[in-house]
Ligand binder design. Structure first.
Ligand code: MN
Length: 205
């Protein structure tokens, strides 16, 4: 059974960038809902229950067809939000918190951190409707910025996400209404670069 992970901070700890009410609803209603529905989808498939969430999502074609769409949507929702909470930290962190190996990879690929920021914001802004923006390692180990619709994620495309941003309206509407770019900008100031660096280093093992 998959379990809703705890947040590493209080619901209101990300204010003013992300308001406490949004965080509470997002965690206790949305993320809990995906978790419950993922478990329900796997209930009648005991052979799938020992798999990690990464394994399930990387190999959706090995999930029985009757559960596949639910695992894609709800398993995606479970995984995506678990990653999202971990790459946020109250007050955010700066370039000095980026591991040297990751900073070098960012500079190689994008030029500098600001250029990555611009490309990421563009991916988040252009995603039509509900979805996510990502920084991932592709199958060759190169950094890449993408976006996905709904609760899809880079695991489903053979990549490993290290940073993700939820751009569903439920993530920002109470505070930002239709101003997604302002939310994306506020998110960038909350990034836990220590954690993103860990994700990068772990993805290379
Ligand atoms: Mn969400």
């Amino acid at each position: 059974m998959f379990q809703l992970p705890e947040l590493g901070f209080a619901y209101n700890a990300l204010e003013p960038n992300i308001d406490g009410r949004t965080m509470e609803i997002h965690h206790t209603k949305h993320h809990q809902g995906y978790t419950n529905k993922l478990n329900a989808a796997l209930e009648s498939h005991p052979d799938q229950q020992s798999k990690s969430i990464e394994d399930l999502l990387r190999n959706l074609n090995q999930v029985p067809e009757s559960a596949r769409m639910s695992v894609r949507n709800n398993g995606g929702g479970f995984y995506n939000h678990s990653l999202f909470w971990e790459v946020l930290t109250p007050g955010g962190q700066g370039q000095e918190n980026i591991a040297p190996q990751l900073l070098e990879a960012i500079q190689d690929r994008f030029g500098d951190l600001e250029s990555l920021h611009q490309q990421f914001s563009e991916a988040a802004g252009k995603r039509f409707g509900s979805g996510w923006a990502w920084l991932s390692l592709d199958s060759a180990g190169k950094l890449v910025v993408t976006s996905t619709p709904n609760q899809d994620n880079p695991l489903m495309e053979g990549m490993t996400p290290i940073l993700g941003l939820d751009v569903w309206e439920h993530a920002y509407y109470l505070n930002y209404q239709n101003r997604r770019p302002d939310y994306v900008s506020a998110f960038w100031d909350l990034i836990n670069w220590n954690k993103v660096s860990d994700n990068y280093l772990n993805a290379q093992k």
